[in-house]
Write a protein that binds this ligand. Structure first.
Ligand SMILES: Cc1cc2nc3c(=O)[nH]c(=O)nc-3n(C[C@H](O)[C@H](O)[C@H](O)COP(=O)(O)O)c2cc1C
Length: 167
């Protein structure tokens, strides 16, 4: 084996997961941020976790109101997912800018993208410093799915998104 760095390792593990983390802004609208670093944590109780840069606006929102919905975007949101990963909700209404149609789901006031394969409604339990990121540990309150939507994955590290095709 050859010695490599961690960013290159994430290229070698592609396709990597990709999600759109939905948080609520003070005006009630939804902010959307692309997040690959998420994981299931526990089935008893149901928990997930995700990591976001300390500077992210999404992090500021969830730390202030504890509400977050982690969604798995459907294939037709590919361009929008790259867009949501390249600007901040601090100065951009991403749903409007990238033409993402939102819908309401039961159990949360946060609207989510209509074309989602999965929506995991969460409450922030705790968060921890992890280098230049915070790790958010969340209790899962509800899970919704639409199996007709094809999940997106991040390819070549995080440089593009597309569905994963089984060989
Ligand atoms: C494919 C892809 C995956 C990404 N994964 C993460 C991630 O896991 N954690 C993170 O902090 N940022 C990740 N980003 C970058 C954020 O989406 C980006 O910093 C975004 O502007 C944050 O938005 P916000 O300030 O509205 O929260 C990713 C971007 C892309 C394109």
């Amino acid at each position: 084996m050859k010695k490599i760095d961690l960013p290159f390792a994430s290229k070698l593990t592609s396709p990597n997961p990709v999600s759109l983390v939905c948080t609520q802004k003070p005006d009630g609208s939804t902010n959307l941020a692309t997040v690959s670093w998420w994981t299931y944590l526990s089935y008893n109780p149901n928990m997930i976790a995700y990591a976001m840069a300390k500077t992210s606006y999404s992090g500021e929102m969830v730390r202030s109101n504890q509400k977050v919905v982690l969604t798995i975007p459907g294939a037709e949101l590919a361009d929008a997912v790259m867009g949501c990963g390249s600007c901040s909700g601090r100065d951009t209404d991403k749903a409007a800018r990238f033409g993402i149609e939102l819908t309401s789901i039961e159990g949360t006031s946060i609207q989510v993208p209509l074309h989602s394969r999965l929506a995991i409604v969460c409450r922030l339990k705790e968060y921890h410093q992890a280098g230049d990121h915070y790790l958010y540990l969340c209790d899962v309150e509800q899970v919704y799915a639409d199996i007709n939507e094809a999940a997106l994955f991040a390819w070549n590290g995080y440089s593009s998104v597309a569905p994963a095709v089984k060989a």
